[in-house]
Design a protein around this ligand. Structure first.
Ligand code: UTP
Length: 406
């Protein structure tokens, strides 16, 4: 795209300000800016005028295999899951493209040191959990790691420097997720530099399309992978490629499975696995009407009690149906560094929007989902914040309870 075309193109979209500093730029910087303008998906901006996704549908509790059910059928589930792993039918996907702003760490979140007397990163803890299952099955499954343009190089280097934590190098496949432009509250796209549009990772819902864009369907096909266990970087206690979870999901005939934990109190800030119109539906904590949030069964248990843990199992064949671009965009208010009056500013207050697609919407698209309850004390230690709830402090406590030396 040349300058003249860019000028018209932006004028039509109300974004002419992006060329404000064009005259000051070097030739190289001009090329960069014109490229950014050509590549930015401006249509995403339409989402800022859409009303927020509040729950209006009638929701019911989800279909969940409870801890008691799992205990009763563990042997059966595990033997099916083990067989799937031994036959190379399962792979894993680590979602590590997030910015981890709440943790306030300037490197990829997985590099954060959770240790007290030694250095032990989040990545190391997750890889240890993976190596545990490999020890039992004797098989290394393909591990795909999603990064973003901001943390890709550092993440790859960290894995290399740590010899992939003992995992075979040729089984680890990195791919970068796509990005979307950021904008202010009036929908004006931000510049990150005078010659660069401000882009931000497009949320964790884009993992499958990004994996396919990276050409990794070759590996899925050649290795015969039928299921992918998708998990977030935050939860340092989660079991990955857990045979019982795999077995239960496959045996249920569902297109996906979600590991869930029982909520500790009605106001806990966790998304809830529910169903609506016979299909799985994940309701964010802020979307849940108060009446339903507090509703209890006769035995005193919360009716809507199963919180998601960002550990899912997806059937690869059915995932292809989610590629048709049906995932809705969610807007998130964020503090976004940008160029203002010719200077770089890093506001502390929320100043604009980022656009994200979410993995929870993929669960809805799949049409069927089995909730699989896990013991939260043993499997749920998310690191979102530095202190307080879901923090480094709470995760350390739970890790130690589970015998991990820090
Ligand atoms: P979070 O919702 O906690 O977002 O991500 P975040 O960006 O990591 O953290 P905050 O909100 O800025 O503090 C949940 C999981 O989804 C991944 C994260 O890496 C984490 O594993 N994620 C999130 C992506 O891979 N890409 C994204 O664009 C967003």
């Amino acid at each position: 795209m040349d300058y003249k075309r860019a000028k018209n193109y932006l004028a039509l979209r109300g974004q002419s300000h992006l060329l404000e500093y064009y005259d000051e730029l070097s030739e190289e910087q001009r090329v960069q800016l014109l490229n950014d303008i050509q590549n930015a998906n401006f249509s995403v901006l339409r989402n800022i005028n859409k009303p927020y996704n509040l729950v209006r549908k009638k929701i019911k509790p989800a279909n969940v295999v409870s801890l008691a059910d799992v205990a009763r059928r563990r042997h059966e589930y595990e033997s099916v899951g083990m067989r799937m792993l031994e036959q190379n039918k399962v792979g894993a996907v680590l979602l590590a493209g997030g910015m981890g702003t709440r943790l306030g760490f300037d490197k990829p979140k997985g590099m954060f040191n959770v240790g007290e007397t030694r250095f032990v990163s989040i990545f190391e803890l997750l890889m240890q959990n993976i190596n545990d299952v490999v020890e039992v099955t004797g098989r290394h499954f393909p591990l795909f790691i999603m990064t973003s343009f901001q943390n890709d190089a550092e993440t790859r280097k960290f894995f290399e420097d740590n010899n992939y934590f003992g995992y075979p190098h040729d089984k680890v496949h990195f791919f970068m997720q796509n990005v979307e432009p950021t904008c202010d509250f009036n929908g004006k796209v931000y510049l990150a530099e005078k010659w660069r549009i401000s882009f931000s990772p497009n949320g964790n819902g884009g993992w499958y399309s990004s994996l396919i864009n990276a050409g990794y369907n070759r590996i899925l096909d050649s290795e015969g992978v039928e299921w992918l266990n998708v998990f977030g970087v935050d939860n340092v206690l989660q079991r990955i490629c857990d045979p019982a979870f795999i077995g239960a999901t496959v045996m249920s005939g569902s297109r996906c499975g979600a590991k869930v934990v029982c909520k500790t109190d009605p106001t806990e800030r966790v998304g809830l696995l529910c169903q609506s119109g016979g299909k799985p539906h994940i309701v964010e904590y802020f979307e849940m009407p108060e009446k339903l949030q507090n509703k209890r069964e006769r035995d005193g248990q919360l009716t809507f009690r199963y919180g998601i843990t960002l550990n899912y199992l997806f059937n690869v064949y059915d995932l292809n149906a989610t590629l048709a671009g049906k995932l809705p965009y969610h807007i998130a208010k964020k503090a976004i560094p940008h160029i203002e009056n010719g200077k770089k500013v890093s506001p502390e207050d929320l100043c604009g929007y980022k656009f994200e697609t979410l993995v929870v919407d993929m669960v809805k698209l799949m049409g069927t989902c089995l909730g699989f309850e896990v013991e939260r004390e043993n499997e749920f230690a998310p690191i979102k914040n530095k202190t307080g709830k879901d923090s480094v402090e709470t995760a350390r406590m739970l890790l130690k309870k589970n015998g991990v030396k820090l």
